[in-house]
Design a protein around this ligand. Structure first.
Ligand SMILES: [Zn+2]
Length: 477
């Protein structure tokens, strides 16, 4: 039984989608004004793994993640660069798709953009005003927070405590410091759209309420995002959706991922303690970055440091080596044949155990570190049992199980480190295989000098050859 921690109730709850066998899920996506930072990348990877696990459990998942392509940050950045907001958005949406592919994120069902839903946003804001929870001042529209007694349901901040420390800033026309903008009147040089309140643009929070309802219907099952979005973004989203559409609980489960720290310090752009996902992906193997991003339990903080990345590289290497060990033995058995042995039974048992263990951990609020520990136990079993396996079928099952479980974490074991390197690895495997065949033939015809020469020359190239009872094996030192 899958249990998920719901920020709304602050409890782990049994996961039961509203529609049988169908999960409707919305994850707040990036504001496309710059490269996403590595903390954003964590959120992308975490919710992709959650989605993949739900699919593994047999659910059909409708997965929506948006692009915020109009807000203050977009406008400021576009003005700095002297380009249009639309051009800025196009550039960083393209960047997002590159990063998404490098992190092996499954494509979303839809990636809607705020500017594609202006009419729907206007419709929602109109409903909020009609229902008595929004008001217009000089072309701005605000949500009347004190009129909404349920405000604070997600963040657990009582309405009366919320005003402490809040002020109405100069230039703002709201009645209460707790109120937030649903629609902002046009300022010179800003993109704007016609509305019943004059030209303007949506406030940031409006889009997610609108797009969630548009693509998923409300109530829907899972709303995800970083912890920093609980307040005010998601609190405001609940208030808007409920006030406009009359659905008191527009989302059943609210899931939030923890922060990413850098060398144990809070990530901060102004203090230079900051990495973009692009920088990290340029410096490390893409699969290792993905593996690192999902290596911690998603609600806990995750620290980014060089050691953690190197550890991810090594861990992944061990798992890939185990897959290679299996492949090597399969090719030997395919040539020579074999009989079922005791090791076969033990490996069958290990296959059953890893699947059970992986599911048990993932069913506990997607506990990826526990699930990865189960995979490592399996890797040890593979390494110790494979030399004595007599039958290729059990090895194929072990390999497909390992591949399937790793694919939930977003790692494709069939794929080499990168596309360009993939082909050269295949060529290398072929060439070494050919040389070893030549060496075997030399040995058979007792030409030991030629056989040793091939082995020694390979060694000079850091390729060590070992002769086992099943034939020669090789590895790169
Ligand atoms: Zn959002």
């Amino acid at each position: 039984m899958l249990q998920v921690y719901n920020t709304l109730t602050r409890k782990k709850e049994e996961f039961k989608p509203i529609e049988k066998n169908h999960v409707r899920m919305y994850v707040c996506g990036p504001t496309v004004y710059d490269y996403p930072h590595i903390g954003n990348a964590r959120s992308f990877a975490v919710f992709d793994t959650i989605r993949r696990y739900l699919e593994y459990k047999g659910y059909r998942v409708t997965y929506i993640t948006n692009f915020t392509d109009i807000d203050d940050k977009m406008i400021n950045r576009a003005n700095e660069e002297g380009i249009s907001v639309a051009d800025l958005a196009a550039r960083f949406i393209a960047e997002y798709y590159i990063i998404a592919s490098e992190l092996n994120l499954k494509p979303a069902t839809v990636n809607p953009r705020a500017t594609e839903h202006i009419d729907d946003i206007i419709d929602m804001v109109s409903k909020i005003i009609e229902n008595g929870h929004g008001y217009v001042v000089d072309g701005d529209v605000y949500f009347d927070v004190p009129s909404w007694s349920n405000y604070g349901v997600l963040s657990k901040i009582p309405l009366d405590e919320l005003s402490a420390g809040l002020r109405v800033n100069v230039g703002e026309k709201k009645k209460d410091p707790r109120d937030f903008a649903l629609w902002k009147a046009e300022k010179p040089g800003e993109p704007s759209w016609d509305s019943p309140w004059g030209k303007g643009r949506p406030g940031w929070h409006a889009e997610c309420s609108v797009m969630g309802k548009y693509y998923l219907g409300i109530p829907f099952d899972i709303h995800g995002g970083g912890q920093d979005l609980i307040f005010p973004h998601h609190e405001n989203e609940i208030a808007q959706s409920a006030a406009a559409y009359g659905e008191k609980t527009p989302v059943k489960y609210w899931l939030h991922n923890g922060f990413l720290t850098i060398n144990t310090e809070k990530m901060s752009k102004s203090e230079g303690n900051f990495f973009t996902a692009r920088e990290v992906l340029d410096n490390y193997d893409h699969q290792a970055v993905r593996f690192y991003l999902v290596s911690g339990q998603y609600r806990q903080p995750l620290d980014y440091n060089d050691k953690a990345l190197k550890q991810a590289i090594q861990s992944l290497e061990r798992i890939k080596n185990a897959a290679d060990t299996i492949r090597g033995k399969i090719s030997i058995l395919e040539k020579k044949g074999g009989r079922r042995t005791k090791a076969d039974d033990k490996l069958s048992e290990a296959i059953k155990k890893v699947r059970e263990g992986f599911e048990r951990e993932m069913d506990d609020d997607f506990n990826t570190p526990g699930a990865i520990a189960e995979i490592f136990t399996f890797v040890r079993d593979i390494n110790s049992l494979t030399p004595d396996i007599g039958n290729a079928a059990v090895l194929r099952e072990a390999l497909s199980t390992l591949s399937e479980l790793m694919s939930i974490l977003g790692i494709n074991l069939e794929k080499a480190e990168d596309e360009a390197g993939g082909k050269s690895v295949e060529v290398l495997k072929g060439v070494v295989g050919l040389l070893l065949e030549v060496r075997e033939n030399a040995r058979k015809s007792k030409d030991y000098a030629a056989a040793d020469m091939i082995r020694d020359r390979l060694k000079e190239l850091s390729i060590s050859v070992a002769d086992t009872k099943d034939g020669p094996t090789w590895k790169i030192e």
